[in-house]
Design a protein around this ligand. Structure first.
Ligand code: MN3
Length: 243
């Protein structure tokens, strides 16, 4: 009898432990997203991207995407958003319809800006490196020239009417391509972006990204972008995407 009593007691204990674990995993999935700090000071990209733009762009705009994303997710507490924002935006069909547009815009904004800050460096610029350099040469004949990467990228970035992003991506067949998306859409978004792929380069062409310094001169801002690209980082992303 004693033994049986013990078994019942321990299974009750096991049950309460698994309830606790379930509770713990629930609170994990509803964990809030946070604004990641920049890897460099806000004045580090001067004169190409000015300190005032960086402070407002990262501290206010990016922060607002994070805040609005968390507010949207809080409306659907049973939805497990996970902690990887790239995984979240890759399949928006899993997101409850009531918050899908808010998640598309704000998780997109969070993912795109996080990617963008990490791609830029005060020691950036120069020429592409590694396997990415080879792919750019093979696909576009290099950075320069009429059909070079810079020209195609400029067409994508200036041709995007209103707000959006220009991208260099690795497609499913491992080839690279230049594309653009409206608003905060990402090439990672299946069934949303015109062309899906893994980002290697990204340029924010919302006016908030350049207006303080460049006003209406989006092409000048695009030229400045090439001076702050961390090509080593871009090559790492490329190698990861083709592996
Ligand atoms: Mn922006």
């Amino acid at each position: 009898m004693l033994r049986r009593h013990f078994i019942i007691k321990s299974s009750a204990l096991a049950l309460s432990l698994s309830t606790l674990k379930l509770f713990a995993s629930n609170s994990q999935t509803s964990m809030s997203y946070t604004l990641p700090p920049l890897a460099y000071p806000t004045n580090a990209l001067e004169p190409h991207i000015d300190v005032a733009t960086m402070e407002i762009h990262h501290g206010k705009h990016h922060n607002a995407y994070v805040t609005n994303l968390n507010a949207a997710l809080a409306k659907e507490p049973s939805f497990a958003a996970g902690t990887d924002v790239n995984a979240l935006i890759a399949d928006l069909s899993k997101v409850p319809e009531s918050i899908r547009t808010a998640v598309r815009n704000n998780a997109g904004g969070h993912a795109n800006h996080t990617f963008f800050w990490n791609l830029l460096s005060p020691n950036g610029g120069g020429e592409p490196v590694g396997a990415l350099a080879d792919a750019i040469n093979k696909t576009f004949g290099g950075l320069e020239g009429e059909k070079g990467l810079k020209a195609l990228f400029k067409t994508a970035a200036t041709g995007r009417f209103g707000s959006g992003w220009a991208w260099l991506i690795v497609k499913a067949d491992k080839s690279i391509a230049v594309t653009s998306t409206p608003n905060q859409d990402s090439p990672l978004m299946k069934g949303v972006a015109d062309v899906n792929g893994h980002p290697v380069l990204a340029l924010d062409v919302w006016e908030h990204a350049y207006y303080l310094k460049y006003q209406n001169r989006r092409p000048d801002y695009i030229d400045a972008f090439w001076k702050v690209i961390d090509w080593k980082k871009a090559n790492e992303l490329y190698v990861q995407a083709i592996s």
